[in-house]
Design a protein around this ligand. Sequence first.
Ligand code: EAX
Length: 336
Amino acid sequence: MKNRKWMLLTLVLPAAVFLTVHAADAKTVLKVSTSTQPSHIYNLGVEYFKKIVEEKTKGEIEVQLFPAAQLGSERDAVEGLQLGSLEMTLTSTGPLGNFVPQVKLFNLPFLFKDRQTCYKVLDGKIGTDIADLFPKVGIRSLGWYENGFRNITNSKRPIEKPEDMAGLKIRVMEDDVFIMTMKALGASPLPMAFGELYTALEQKTVDAQENPLAVIYSSRFFEVQKYLAMTGHFYSPAVFLISEQVWKKLTPEQQKIVQDAATQARDYERKISMEADQKLEAELAKAGMQVTHPDKAPFVKAVAGVYQEAKIVKAIGGGNEADGKKLIEAVRAAAK
Ligand code: EAX
C-alpha cells in the first residue's frame, strides 16, 4: 500500500502536472481585433472562422474575438500585428494605405460598378499582387473581405447633388484619397479613427460621415444622423490579416486550416454583406432616416480629378507614377 502511494507521488503526479502544463503550452491563442459592433458582418465572419479553426484543430488553436475597438483602432491593430503584440485583425483599407501605399488603389472613388467586378479584381492577379506585398511590412493577408459600398449620412440636409455637400464637415477614414475626394465634392473632410465617430456626430464636431449600411445600422448612426444619401461613392474592401511572425510559428497543417477557414469565412462574410445591403435601407428608413437616391453621374464627374492626383497615382505605383497609371487602367479594364 505504502509503495503504491510512493509511486503515485513520485511518478503519476509529476507526469500529470507536466502534461497539463504542456497541453496549455501547445494551445495557440489568436486574438482578433475589429472596430465594429458585435452584430456587424465583420464579427459574424470572424465567428464563422473561429468555429472552423477550433473544430479542425481540435482546440489546439483558440480564436478570441475583440470587437468594437476594444483593443484599439484599426491602425493600432495593424501596428500590433507588426510588433507581434496582436495576432489578427479584420480591418478596412482605411489605415492600410499608410502601411502599403499600393492599397490606395482600392480607395479610389467609383472604381467598381458592382460586386462581381470587385471580387474578380480583388481575388485576381491585381488583388493578389498587392496582398503579396504585405509580408514585407510584417503582416499577411488571409483574404479580401467586404466592408461594402459607402453612402453618406448627415444631420444638415438631404443630398441630391454634389452642390448639397458644400461646407459639410465630414468625417473620413485616415487616407489622403478620401480627403481629396470629399474636398472635390466641396465638403470639408476630417480624418478620424472609427472609435471616435459616434461621439463626434452626437456632439456635432462633425456634420456627416460615410460608411456602408451594415456599419451605419450596427453602430446606430441613425440616432445621430437624419439624412442618408445612397451614393455608393467608394467600394470599401476589408482585409483579414495575421501577424507574419505569428503565421510563421504555426505548423504547416495549422497554416492550411487557418487559410482554408479564412477563405470559407470570406465567402460567408461577403454573402451576409450583400444581404445586409438588400434589407438595411428599409430598416434605416424605419428608424427615422430620410433616404435619397442621387444620380451618381455628377458625383463621378466631380471627383474625376482624384485619379489625376500625382501624389496618389505615384503611391499606387509603389513610388512610380507610370506603374500607378498602369494599375488604375488595369482595374478599369477589368471593370468593363
Ligand atoms: O472598417 O473607419 C471606418 O469608417 C470603417 O468603415 C470601419 O472602421 C469599418
